[in-house]
Design a protein around this ligand. Structure first.
Ligand code: SF4
Ligand code: SF4
Ligand code: SF4
Ligand code: FES
Length: 949
């Protein structure tokens, strides 16, 4: 059911600009052509009873409750399936309609348990509402005959319950699963009285194809499909619109609250990124926010072998300030730094980089985007002039060809994937470039036209080969290139990609991609109409990540697929605020808005606003901080909301660097892997506990709104401010809106952004300024941000990570639907029911060669280290390639990944590690050490907690 604050208009809004005028209950109304009579009536004050219709789904016309009388038409048409017509005269309330509707309701109610007072949706049930609306006063049919009131509940899903005794077989759930989510997990089985909703082939919800998105729960008008939290806590009292803190789709939700307790998250119909849809994480996986593992008391210790001492906020903050000043006095001001988080708000991220630059006096600030999308920032800036995706998500509905490279949207960006699948079901063509057979390649009613199953590490070669076909087969959009791009750079690029060594045939042996298939894919991309590219970490996390991003931009420019709706270059951002953390000046070489620290005018504007001189040279990137820590020149690190000990490559190198530092300050919800190496723990706040904004992959800035008080007393921005004050640097914000005002004053692309304006518009896609006061859905419309687009040469340089006889397989890593990043959040929710461990996927051929069976423990050894995982044998992978996730710290996936990184940005090459796999019977040495270390650290935490109690 909808949120308590939402109104259901009955059928989807019509998009036509032409209008139709008709008469409803004697009133003249004008609505867009294609509007249903039901919606036209609802929008104009005549609510017609309905059950099977809802605003998010195509009308179906099965319940017969929405009947109306239309002058000149026989019978009683269903208003939900009848479009308006000019001059139509509709009556929505007559004695005959009243009788018919009561009869329909009587039949429904005669087979419905009348336990309204104890029903979880009491007071918020459409069946109940409709019974009242039609004036049902008696049910003439007894309950003695056959009925469904003893049908057995399905409670297999951890987040919602299916109680078929309450089902009215309206099929809203089935249609939601098909139309909105695109999983097609539900069917109506049987006919007449025997018809019933079934998941899969009569399986439990958990055992079926269901991905637990909750669209069916939201669509259900009765208590048949109900959130378990609602069953447990009862109806909410208020709702607050906020933004999901998981992936870069940035779904908008109504957080329904009862006092300080979160009852449920309902995707917001007005959400401009998600239009009322969500995935399992954003809707259901919220338990981490109140999990018992949360540390809510500040703690300090001198050495990581010592017990934590719980202390007051004042003591903890004073300790941090004293330690950082001590270290800087002894080792220079550049001996400390900070790491911002893509999980925190823009305002918090901005404050951390301000703290580092203004109060620490160094540019040693970096962010977790270093290890994911830093090549996007670099590559798109070089070619197009702006470090961000070019479109909004809705743009995909006008794409004719969609090229997905190095991304797995159904798992990583599920709500965008649902939208993409809608477009593919309408007939758009799909090209997938990925070493694995991701779900999109073959989904219900979706089949990729081409799946180019390349070898990991050969993206640039494949992109060059695609460009070669476009250039040599005369498929370049010459007019676009001549008008919009730098001619000399294009000429060089054209000559470069046209070389025979860049042909699909010449590169086939290297890439593993069939030349004919690649040629066909290139032709489709170049000639199939509006063509849009969506890419992810499978592009960026390579030694040539930045080159591949530039290769993508080159393709889009060469074919004229930029600057309008339906096309573009779209990085799918992993975490909720990756775009924002980059925008906010988290990189050591850039102020907010991607302006270099050496730019005197820009630097002076910040110096004037912040009241201190600022350093004009880039500071250390995260990997450089590790190197400097190991050589003794970097000794203090403030980390807000990141877990570098789990997320960064070559874990042993990272932990050695952390161990070498004198003061590691971790601000987080949990004692994460990094905090086990920390000297100060500052308890952070979840997104439910603070105000601010997140910026999603569309550059869309959306509000995060506080729905409960911070569990440890402070929101993260307040903690940063306290540290600044303790260091003697003034920060006196009383609300994050003031921080945004400062960002807007200092950052041209954010000049028009304010909390007031976001509240008024719902969200804003930057740039937002005097020229674009409502934001910019599509970039580069008449000209590129840099003026003329610049083709960049993209020479393919094979990764140094080579397979050899000792390491004959290539390991690549990724995310799956139930998991989020390093798992700090999702591991503390029932999402672990779907995957309770990281598995090593390998092809049956590779498994057989090594005598490995499904479920065996296997050792994974690389040049960096080794670990042990359980094997899953699957033909999703090609022979020679293995895959794992990195959700559980004990898996040690990043013990194996190497320090190879992107030449331009140091983004680690997570996607290519040469490994050997062998059957083993016990954990690796690292895993044993990690287990022992973890136990010790948890004991030290336990002692602190006992002391605090
Ligand atoms: S489960 Fe709900 S939505 Fe689905 S058919 Fe039954 S009543 Fe309708
Ligand atoms: S939760 Fe989502 S995937 Fe599962 S049955 Fe419902 S709509 Fe389909
Ligand atoms: S798709 Fe992403 S933003 Fe939307 S609910 Fe899921 S995790 Fe949250
Ligand atoms: S609402 Fe129109 S037939 Fe059910």
């Amino acid at each position: 059911m909808l949120s308590i604050a939402e109104k259901d208009h009955g059928t989807p809004a019509a998009t036509a600009t032409a209008t139709v005028t008709l008469e409803i209950d004697g009133r003249t109304v004008t609505v867009p052509e294609g509007t249903s009579v039901l919606r036209a009536a609802a929008d104009n004050g005549s609510a017609i009873p309905k059950l099977c219709a809802t605003e998010t789904l195509t009308a179906f016309g099965s319940c017969r409750l929405c009947l109306v009388e239309i002058e000149g038409r026989k019978g009683y048409p269903a208003s939900c399936t009848t479009p308006v017509a000019a001059g139509m005269k509709v009556k929505t309330q007559t004695p005959a309609l009243g009788r018919l509707r009561r009869n329909v309701m009587e039949l429904y109610i005669s087979d419905h348990p009348l336990d309204c007072l104890t029903c979880p949706t009491n007071g918020h049930c459409e069946l109940q509402d409709m019974a009242g609306s039609v004036g049902l006063r008696e049910v003439r049919y007894g309950y003695d005959g056959a009925n469904h009131r003893n049908a057995v509940k399905d409670e297999s899903n951890p987040y919602f319950t299916f109680d078929p005794s309450k089902c009215i077989v309206c099929s809203r759930c089935v249609r939601a699963c098909d139309e909105v989510q695109g999983t097609f997990a539900l069917t109506i089985q049987g006919r007449g009285f025997d018809s019933k909703v079934a998941a899969g082939q009569n399986e439990s919800f958990l055992g079926s194809e269901c991905v637990s998105c909750g669209a069916c729960v939201q669509a259900c008008p009765t208590a048949t499909l109900t959130e378990n939290s609602l069953i447990e806590l009862g109806q909410a009292q208020r709702s607050v619109v906020t933004t999901c803190a998981y992936c870069g789709v940035g779904c908008s939700f109504r957080a329904e609250m009862k006092g300080e307790e979160l009852v449920r998250m309902v995707p917001n119909l007005d959400g401009q990124a998600n239009h009322g849809h969500s995935c399992v994480k954003g809707r259901f996986a919220l338990g981490y926010a109140t999990h018992r593992d949360r540390v809510t008391t500040p703690m300090i210790r001198s050495r990581i072998s010592e017990a934590w001492q719980p202390v007051s906020w004042e003591t903890a903050i004073a300790h941090v300030a004293a330690e950082f000043r001590r270290i800087q006095a002894a080792h220079g001001k550049h001996s400390v730094g900070g790491i911002t988080s893509s999980r925190c708000t823009n305002e918090e991220t901005y404050l951390v980089q301000k703290l580092v630059r203004a109060a620490f006096g160094t540019n040693n600030v970096d962010t977790c985007a270093r290890v994911c999308h830093s090549p996007t920032g670099y590559g798109l800036k070089q070619t197009l002039g702006e470090s961000a995706g070019t479109q909004d998500f809705d743009s995909v509905m006008q794409a004719d060809v969609v090229l997905v490279i190095g991304a797995n949207p159904t798992d990583g960006h599920p709500v965008f994937a649902s939208r993409l699948k809608q477009r593919l079901r309408q007939g758009a063509k799909l090209i997938v470039i990925d070493p694995r057979r991701i779900d999109l390649v073959r989904a219900p009613h979706v089949q990729a036209a081409h799946h180019l199953k390349l070898r990991p590490g050969t993206n640039v070669a494949v992109l060059n080969a695609l460009a070669h076909v476009i250039v040599t087969e005369g498929l370049v959009d010459e007019a676009f290139v001549a008008a919009r791009c730098e001619a000399p750079a294009f000429a060089k690029w054209r000559a470069f990609v046209a070389q025979e060594r860049n042909s699909p045939e010449a590169l086939q042996a290297e890439t593993g991609v069939d030349a004919a298939a690649l040629r066909a894919a290139a032709r489709l991309y170049a000639t199939g109409g509006n063509a849009a590219i969506y890419y992810g970490l499978g592009v960026t996390e390579h030694s040539q990540g930045s080159t591949a991003v530039m290769g993508i931009a080159n393709l889009a420019m060469a074919t004229g697929n930029l600057g309008r709706i339906g096309v573009g270059v779209n990085p799918l951002r992993g975490q909720n605020n990756v775009q924002g953390s980059c925008d906010m000046g988290s990189f050591p070489h850039e102020f907010p808005g991607y302006r270099h620290v050496s730019d005197t005018a820009v630097r002076q504007s910040f110096e004037a606003a912040w009241g201190v001189p600022l350093h004009d040279e880039p500071g250390l990137r995260i990997p450089n901080m590790f190197e400097a820590a190991l050589d003794g020149s970097f000794r203090g690190l403030y980390i807000e909301g990141e877990d570098i000990a789990q997320s960064d490559p070559n874990t042993q190198h990272v932990t050695a660097a952390l161990s070498a530092m004198e003061c590691v300050v971790v601000q987080d919800l949990f004692l994460n892997e990094t905090a086990k190496y920390a000297h100060v723990f500052l308890p952070g706040s979840s997104f439910l506990e603070k105000d601010g904004t997140f910026t999603n992959a569309e550059r869309r800035i959306s509000r995060v709104r506080k729905v409960m008080a911070p569990k440890a007393g402070y929101a993260d921005w307040e903690i940063t401010q306290l540290i600044a004050q303790a260091l003697g640097y003034p920060m006196h914000y009383t609300h994050p809106s003031q921080i945004m005002d400062e960002i807007a004053a200092l950052t041209p692309t954010f000049a028009g952004v304010s909390f007031d304006r976001i509240d008024r518009l719902g969200s804003i896609q930057w740039p937002c300024n005097d020229d674009q006061p409502d934001g910019t859905p599509t970039l580069h419309v008449d000209a590129f941000v840099r003026g003329k687009g610049k083709f960049m040469l993209t020479e393919y340089v094979p990764t140094p990570e080579k397979v050899t006889a000792r390491f004959p397989l290539l390991l690549t890593t990724g995310r799956i639907l139930s998991q989020y990043n390093v798992g700090a959040q999702t591991r503390r929710t029932p999402n672990v029911l779907w995957h309770d461990e990281d598995r090593l996927e390998l092809h049956p051929h590779d498994a057989e060669e090594r005598g490995i069976r499904d479920g065996d423990w296997v050792g994974v050894e690389s040049r960096a280290g080794d670990t042990v995982l359980r094997a899953r044998i699957t033909d999703r992978l090609q022979p020679g390639v293995v895959y794992t996730t990195f959700h559980f710290p004990g898996s040690g996936a990043n013990v194996v990944t190497t320090e190879n990184s992107d030449w331009a940005t140091n983004c680690p090459e997570y996607k290519v590690t040469a490994v050997q796999i062998t059957r083993v019977s016990q954990p690796s040495d690292w895993q044993r050490r990690h287990q022992a270390f973890t136990e010790t650290q948890l004991d030290l935490l336990g002692a602190a907690r006992a002391a605090a109690d």
